[in-house]
Design a protein around this ligand. Structure first.
Ligand SMILES: *[C@@H]1O[C@H](CO)[C@@H](O)[C@H](O)[C@H]1NC(C)=O
Length: 176
C-alpha cells in the first residue's frame, strides 16, 4: 500500500516539536520510560550531555486519533545554541517493518511549520507546541517513531523514541 507512505510521513512530522526544544536539570534521569499511557510511550534515549534534554511530551487528544488533529506539546531545555544546519534522522516503523527513514533540516522545518522557535535557538527552557492532522487511514497497528537529532558538526543533539499503539480500541461512546 505505497500510497499510504506519504501520510505516514505526517506522523513523523508530529515529532518536530521535539526537535525545536528541550531542557536539563534532572541529570539523574538518563533514560527509561518517562511517560506511560495506555496507547503511547516515549523514551529520552539521549545522553545527559546532549544539547537538548526533554522534560515532557503531551499529546491532545490522548490517545491520538486517526483523522483528527493531534497537538503535541513538548517542554525541554536547550543547553547550547542550536545553529542552522542541525538535522534529524527520523525513522517510522510499523511493527518491525521500516516504513520511512528521512533526514530533516531542523531549522528549515521549524520555519516551514511557522514554529514559535527559530534558529539559532538560544540556551534555555522551551515549550513548543505543534498541531498536525493525522491521516484517517492510519492502520490499527503499533508504530515506533525514532528521532535522532544532530548538530551541524554531527554531535548528538537529541534522541527520542515514541511508540504509539493504534490497535487499542477507539473510545466507545457510553450509551447506558
Ligand atoms: C485541523 O486544524 C486545522 C487548522 O486549525 C483545521 O483547518 C482542520 O480542519 C482541522 N482538522 C480536523 C480534522 O479537525
Amino acid at each position: 500500500m505505497m500510497h499510504r507512505l506519504p501520510s505516514l510521513a505526517l506522523l513523523a512530522l508530529a515529532c518536530f516539536p521535539l526537535l525545536a526544544l528541550a531542557a536539563p536539570q534532572d541529570q539523574s534521569i538518563i533514560s527509561g520510560p518517562i511517560h506511560i499511557s495506555d496507547s503511547w510511550t516515549w523514551i529520552d534515549c539521549g545522553d545527559p550531555s546532549d544539547i537538548i534534554e526533554l522534560h515532557s511530551i503531551k499529546v491532545t487528544p490522548d490517545p491520538p486519533q486517526p483523522g483528527k488533529n493531534l497537538t503535541v506539546a513538548v517542554t525541554g531545555y536547550v543547553r547550547e545554541t542550536i545553529e542552522e544546519g542541525a538535522y534529524a534522522d527520523v525513522t517510522v516503523k510499523l511493527g518491525l517493518v521500516k516504513l520511512l527513514q528521512k533526514e530533516f533540516d531542523v531549522c528549515e522545518e521549524a520555519r516551514n511549520a511557522d514554529a514559535s522557535v527559530r534558529c539559532p535557538v538560544d540556551p534555555g527552557e522551551y515549550e513548543v507546541e505543534q498541531t498536525v492532522e493525522l491521516p484517517k487511514e492510519i492502520p490499527p497497528a503499533k508504530f515506533t517513531i525514532m528521532v535522532r537529532g544532530y548538530t551541524p558538526e554531527d554531535e548528538p543533539m537529541v534522541c527520542v523514541d515514541i511508540k504509539v499503539d493504534f490497535m487499542k480500541k477507539r473510545p466507545f461512546p457510553k450509551i447506558w
